[in-house]
Design a protein around this ligand. Sequence first.
Ligand SMILES: N[C@@H](CCC(=O)N[C@@H](CS)C(=O)NCC(=O)O)C(=O)O
Length: 122
Amino acid sequence: MKILIKGMREGLGRLIVLIDWVFSPKKIKRSESEQAEVNKQAESLKLYQFYACPFCIKTRRTIKRLNLPMETRNAQAGQFRAELLAGGGEVKVPCLRVKEGGDITWMYESSDIMAYLDKRFG
Ligand SMILES: N[C@@H](CCC(=O)N[C@@H](CS)C(=O)NCC(=O)O)C(=O)O
């Protein structure tokens, strides 16, 4: 039963990925110098996520729309899952790792992440 529910969730997630791909958001346009600055700032941001999680897809849409070349890290297993747990305190995605100077912040909740990115880069 558990496997069936997991499979259905994964299938639904993949369907949402497909819909997201078909209706991809339009990227905002910036001047070359502005985009270069954004690209530089985006280097300090990493999104810990699952490929087919609806909350992650929603967050990735904001990242796409804001034209942020951000590294996404699959936290389903392995090193990135361990990093998320050790750094953020729980395996819940999406989670944005923000590095500012020597400080690292782990931001959970898709709506908070999207609001933060919109405020900073929108
Ligand atoms: N309210 C959260 C919900 C996030 C959430 O429920 N994420 C699920 C994946 S879709 C999760 O991380 N589950 C933990 C797990 O599957 O190990 C948000 O909007 O970010």
